[in-house]
Design a protein around this ligand. Structure first.
Ligand code: GLN
Length: 305
């Protein structure tokens, strides 16, 4: 990548400062509600691990649903195609925590990035490893090189206390036989997974395997080229929930958001990005984050299209 990317990031950060509206932090998880919507960070990681950053790019934040990409990749690497018998890969067009389609689909969630689908993926990773959240944390540490990366137990507890919706999703799918572990154990793993704290720099590096066609930072293979393509495809079509069409239109990259205000995005064969700003739009995506990625692909011309 050309060294001229740092000025691009600096210019975007400058523009974002003048953005009129920043949205509001997620308040359905009380521990996230106090985040400051004026915070903004952005990082880009090249394939060789070189990182560029601007603003709060080294500040750890609550990764939330961004972790769904990593658990999907870890599960796919262990069980391969079998996963797709238990979770679909169609955009849902519904909010990320929606229950409505599950009954029509007989307990098979539409995709791995809505909460129902992520619960199935975590359930399967738990059955295969005995410690889904721990395996995720260790993977993120290895790829980012940050050994201090860990869970925020306060956020995990906060989600557990307000977890009725996710509990309902898990119980409903269990009634169709699509959840193997006891629901309380699954929820505990899922909430720990969502509570991982990491910075834009950490996440841009950790997502690098998606730009390297499945190859990890140490050169070993996590996913086949075809599987890496599958994960990027599901990110493009489902990674920002019922805003995936708008995100593809504006940004033109596979991306995955979380209600902590982070978004990761992939330019296959080129680089990975992570932006963070806690103010969300009504669909749960970071307002400044989407705007920054929109500007990045416009200014650089980088896109999958
Ligand atoms: N932990 C959150 C939840 O399950 C994750 C949602 C998100 O980031 N979109 O509700």
């Amino acid at each position: 990548m050309s060294p001229s990317l740092q000025p691009v990031l600096d210019r975007i950060a400058d523009e974002i400062q003048r953005l009129p509206g920043r949205g509001r932090p997620a308040d359905y998880i009380p521990a996230l509600a106090s985040a400051d919507p004026r915070r903004f960070g952005m990082a880009v990681a090249e394939l060789d691990g070189t990182v560029y950053g601007v603003g709060d790019w080294q500040q750890p934040f609550s990764t939330q649903s961004i972790t769904k990409v990593f658990t999907l990749a870890l599960d796919l690497s262990l069980e391969g195609e079998l996963l797709w018998e238990h979770v679909g890969r169609e955009p849902s067009g519904n909010p990320f925590n929606s229950l409505v389609q599950l009954e029509y689909e007989h307990g098979i969630p539409r995709n791995p990035f809505i909460n129902a689908g992520a619960l199935v993926v975590t359930d399967r990773l738990q059955s295969l490893t005995g410690d889904a959240a721990g395996v995720l944390r260790d993977f993120l540490r290895a790829e980012s090189g940050n050994d201090r990366l860990t869970f925020d137990e306060h956020v995990a507890d906060s989600e557990t206390e307000h977890g009725d919706r996710n509990a309902a999703l898990a119980h409903f799918m269990a009634s169709y036989g699509n959840i193997a572990n006891a629901v309380p154990e699954l929820l505990s793993q899922y909430f720990r997974q969502c509570s991982v704290e990491a910075s834009c720099g950490d996440l841009a590096l950790a997502a690098g395997f998606l730009a390297r066609h499945g190859i990890r930072a140490d050169g070993s293979t996590l996913l086949t080229r075809s599987q890496a393509k599958q994960v990027n495809a599901v990110m493009l079509t489902c990674g920002t929930y019922d805003a995936a069409g708008d995100f593809a239109h504006r940004v033109g990259l596979p991306g995955k958001s979380g209600v902590g205000g982070g978004i990761i995005a992939v330019v296959p064969g080129r680089c990975t990005l992570c932006v963070w700003s806690p103010g969300l739009d009504q669909r749960g995506n970071s307002v400044a984050g989407v705007a920054a990625l929109d500007r990045f692909t416009t200014l650089t011309g980088l896109s999958v299209f």
